[in-house]
Design a protein around this ligand. Structure first.
Ligand code: INI
Length: 154
């Protein structure tokens, strides 16, 4: 029986982070969590590039360009989509999720969905470094794990 379980080692791997400026108060915390988690798994700053985009809706296109550049082992997408009074939230969140999945499959590399979808600001804060953990950290760990597990599929 062959069982593959990846180690969490980011040494020598290259990561692009696409982060949304919308709800910067939250996304800055996701970015901090993401970078510190990558460093905890031995990535150094030279292996990490950060690309700011206006909102979650714009993330898939930027991720697609980065995937096409073929310089990265994984792309990590960070945003906070917070439900407002209108249905705008649903469109933004679902297009972002769909686009990220498409880029990942078309590009053949991990494109990680580090996007908070929250009912309100309080819930978003909880998931950006307080009692709900930090979704940016989780996304970094997922990226490192996926890069390592894919390397073992031959
Ligand atoms: N963008 C977000 O990243 N989060 C949100 O909560 C959000 N809401 O709710 O409107 C949001 N909207 C902007 C959107 O991502 C685009 O930038 C905009 O529609 C221009 O294309």
């Amino acid at each position: 029986m062959k069982v593959v379980e990846a180690v969490l080692n980011a040494e020598g791997k290259r990561f692009a982070i696409v982060v949304s400026r919308f709800n910067t108060f939250i996304t800055k915390r996701l970015l901090d969590g993401c970078c510190s988690e990558l460093r905890r798994h031995l990535a150094v700053d030279e292996q990490i590039e950060v690309y700011w985009v206006p909102g979650a809706y714009e993330i898939p296109l930027a991720a697609q360009r980065l995937a096409r550049a073929k310089r990265f082992d994984a792309i990590i997408c960070l945003a906070a989509v917070i439900r407002g009074e209108t249905s705008h939230f649903e469109y933004v969140a679902s297009e972002c999720a769909k686009g990220i999945a498409q880029v990942s499959l078309a590009g053949g590399l991990p494109v990680i969905f580090g996007v908070i979808t929250a009912e309100n600001l309080e819930q978003a804060i909880e998931r950006a470094g307080s009692k709900g953990g930090n979704k940016g950290e989780d996304a970094a760990r997922t990226a490192v794990e996926m890069v390592n597990v894919l390397a073992q599929i031959v």
